[in-house]
Design a protein around this ligand. Structure first.
Ligand SMILES: [Zn+2]
Length: 531
C-alpha cells in the first residue's frame, strides 16, 4: 500500500499513538485508531506513512497497555461505598455520628459503615441518643465494620416501627435500655428484618450517582470495562441513563441476578459487543463462602463439623443454565468449595451442548479431581487474586487443603482461560492490587497463603492477560476488548511507570482512553494532545 490512507475500510483514522505499546500479543511502536477502534498496530514509521491523523500523541512515560477489565464486581454497592462517608478510624462516638450527619446533610440520609467501638475513646457501643445529638431528623443507619451490627437514630426506629413491644427475631437481637426500649442497636437477623428493607428504599434514588462514582473511580485505575454481577433492573437503567447523558466514562457489562432474569430483565435491550453497555448473562449461586463456612466442601471444614451449603440444587441449576442459553445469555456460576465447583460443572454438562460462554466465578478450591473436570469442560474461570491477601484466616478453615486453593498457575498450565476481577466492594476496585496479588500471592502483605501456595504465582504477562484479553473472553468479547490489535476497541491505559513481576506498588496511571476518547488524565501533555 502506498500514499496517505485516511479512510481505510471507510473509517477515518483520527488518532495515532506512538510509544512503547503492548498490544496484548506483542510490543509495537504505534497504534492508529478511528471510529473508536484500532485500525493499525505496528511500526511507527509505517503508521505515519499510511495514515494522516488529525490527532497525534507521542508518549514516552511507561508503556501503553490495553484498557483493564474487571470481570466480576458489584456496581451499585461499590459506588454507594464510594459516595458514603467512611466511618473507619472514627476515634469517638461523636466523630462517627458527625461523619454520618455530614452524609445525611449531603444526601438526605446516611447509610455507611466502618465504626469499631474498640477505637472509640468512650469504649462503649453507640446508641440512638448519641446519633440524635448529631442528626435527629434525617435517617441514619451506621454499620459496625463487620456489618453484623448497626446503630440507627430515632428517626429510623420510628420509620422501621420498632418499639418496646417488638420481639427479637430468631438469630437476631434488638438492643434495649434498662426500661426495655430499643436503644438503636440491631444485631444480625434484626438488621436483616428491620433495617435492610428500609435501607433498600433509602439508597434506591442514589443508584445513579453511585454507579457514576464507581465508573469515575474505575478509569483512574486504568479500568475501561466493569463487569457488574448480580445486576438488577434499576442498576441497568441507571447505567443506560448515564450513557444517554454522555456521563458514562467506562464500559459496563451486566450479569443479571436470578431475580432480575426471572422478572424479565433478559428482554431489555442487550447492547452490542464492543459497545458501551451490554447485558451478557445471568449470575447463579452453587454455594456460599469460606468466611462463613458455607462454601460447599467434599469433606468437613477443619474448624467445624460442617461441609457448607448447597444454594441451588443441581437439577434446578441445570434448568436455569439451559434457560439462559436458550435466551442467548451466558451463565456465570458462583462456586467456591471443591464440591460446589463439581456440582456447577455437572449442571453445566447436563444442560447440554447449547451452553456457550459458561463461567465459573471464584473456583477457589480445586484439588486433582476438580481440575480433571475443569480440563474436560473448559469453563472460563473468573478469579479474585486479592482474596490471597484477605483470606489470611483460610488455613484455620481448610488446613492442608489451602495448598489446592487459588491455583492460578496450574489452571493456566491446564490451558484454561483465567479472568481477573475484584469482587468489589468485597475487595478494592483497583485491578493493580489484584495483579500484584496474582504475582506475589499476598507475600508482601504477610498473608500465610503466600507460603502455602507460592508455587502458583504467575508472571506479569499472565497477570495482565487476566485483566485484559482473558477478562474480555469471560464477557464473550474476545478480540473485541482487551487488546490493541486491529478490529478491537481503542481502549488504552498510559502507564506512568513500567510494571514488573516483582513490583509491590502499581506503576501509576497517567491517562485512560475509552473508544479513542480521553476519559481520565493526570498528564498535562497527554491532556493537551487529546484536546
Ligand atoms: Zn461477587
Amino acid at each position: 500500500m502506498t500514499g496517505t490512507e485516511s479512510k481505510p475500510g471507510g473509517i477515518g483514522a483520527d488518532l495515532l499513538v506512538a510509544g512503547r505499546i503492548m498490544t496484548g500479543t506483542r510490543e509495537v511502536g504505534a497504534v492508529v485508531a478511528g471510529g473508536g477502534k484500532i485500525l493499525f498496530a505496528g511500526d511507527a514509521g509505517e503508521a505515519e506513512k499510511r495514515f494522516s491523523c488529525p490527532r497525534r500523541v507521542e508518549y514516552s512515560g511507561g508503556p501503553v497497555i490495553p484498557g483493564l477489565i474487571d470481570a466480576h464486581m458489584h456496581l451499585s454497592a461499590t459506588g454507594l461505598g464510594i459516595i458514603s462517608h467512611d466511618l473507619r478510624g472514627s476515634g469517638s462516638i461523636s466523630e462517627m455520628a458527625g461523619r454520618g450527619a455530614a452524609m445525611a446533610a449531603e444526601h438526605g440520609f446516611a447509610v455507611s459503615s466502618g465504626w469499631d467501638q474498640e477505637l472509640f475513646k468512650e469504649r462503649r457501643y453507640p446508641s440512638a441518643a448519641d446519633l440524635d445529638r448529631a442528626e435527629a431528623h434525617r435517617p441514619m443507619i451506621l454499620y459496625r465494620f463487620c456489618t453484623h451490627v448497626a446503630v440507627v437514630n430515632s428517626r429510623v426506629l420510628e420509620m422501621a416501627g420498632v418499639d418496646a413491644g417488638t420481639p427479637d427475631p430468631p438469630g437476631g437481637m434488638i438492643g434495649r435500655d434498662d426500661a426495655g426500649n430499643p436503644d438503636g442497636l440491631f444485631y444480625d437477623n434484626a438488621v436483616k428484618l428491620h433495617i435492610a428493607p428500609l435501607e433498600e428504599k433509602l439508597v434506591r434514588p442514589l443508584i445513579g450517582s453511585a454507579v457514576k462514582a464507581a465508573a469515575d473511580y474505575a478509569v483512574t485505575r486504568g479500568l475501561t470495562t466493569l463487569t457488574a454481577v448480580n445486576a438488577d433492573i434499576d442498576e441497568i437503567r441507571a447505567v443506560k441513563a448515564l450513557e444517554r447523558e454522555g456521563l458514562l466514562r467506562c464500559r459496563v457489562r451486566f450479569f443479571l441476578s436470578r431475580e432480575a432474569f426471572e422478572s424479565g430483565a433478559g428482554r431489555m435491550e442487550r447492547g452490542e459487543k464492543g459497545g458501551m453497555v451490554r447485558i451478557c448473562g445471568i449470575k447463579l449461586f452453587a454455594d456460599g463462602a469460606f468466611g462463613a463456612r458455607t462454601a460447599l466442601l467434599s469433606s468437613s471444614y477443619s474448624d467445624m463439623d460442617t461441609r457448607g451449603l448447597r444454594l441451588t440444587e443441581e437439577k434446578e441449576m441445570e434448568a436455569l443454565i439451559r434457560k439462559a442459553a436458550e435466551s442467548g445469555l451466558q451463565a456465570a456460576v458462583h462456586a467456591i468449595g471443591d464440591e460446589g465447583v463439581m456440582a456447577a460443572l455437572r449442571s453445566a454438562r447436563a444442560a447440554g451442548p447449547g451452553v456457550t460462554g459458561f463461567r465459573l466465578e471464584h473456583a477457589a478450591l480445586t484439588p486433582g479431581p476438580v481440575r480433571e473436570m475443569l480440563r474436560g469442560q473448559r469453563p472460563v474461570i473468573v478469579v479474585q487474586p486479592h482474596f490471597l491477601v484477605s483470606d489470611w484466616w483460610l488455613p484455620a478453615r481448610l488446613g492442608e487443603r489451602c495448598r489446592d486453593c487459588y491455583m492460578f498457575l496450574s489452571m493456566l498450565e491446564d490451558g484454561l482461560v483465567l479472568a481477573g476481577s475484584s469482587d468489589a466492594p468485597v475487595e478494592p476496585l483497583d485491578p493493580w492490587t489484584g495483579i500484584i496479588a496474582a504475582m506475589d500471592r499476598g507475600g508482601h502483605d504477610g498473608s500465610p497463603m503466600a507460603g502455602l501456595t507460592g508455587g502458583e504465582a504467575v508472571g506479569l504477562d499472565d497477570a495482565l492477560k487476566m485483566y485484559t484479553s482473558a477478562a474480555a473472553a469471560a464477557d464473550g468479547e474476545e478480540g473485541v476488548l482487551g487488546m490493541l490489535e486491529p478490529g478491537a476497541a481503542a481502549d488504552m491505559v498510559f502507564l506512568a511507570g513500567t510494571p514488573s513481576t516483582g513490583m509491590t506498588t502499581p506503576p501509576g496511571v497517567a491517562a485512560t482512553v475509552v473508544g479513542g476518547k480521553l476519559v481520565y488524565s493526570v498528564d498535562d501533555a497527554l491532556s493537551r494532545a487529546f484536546s
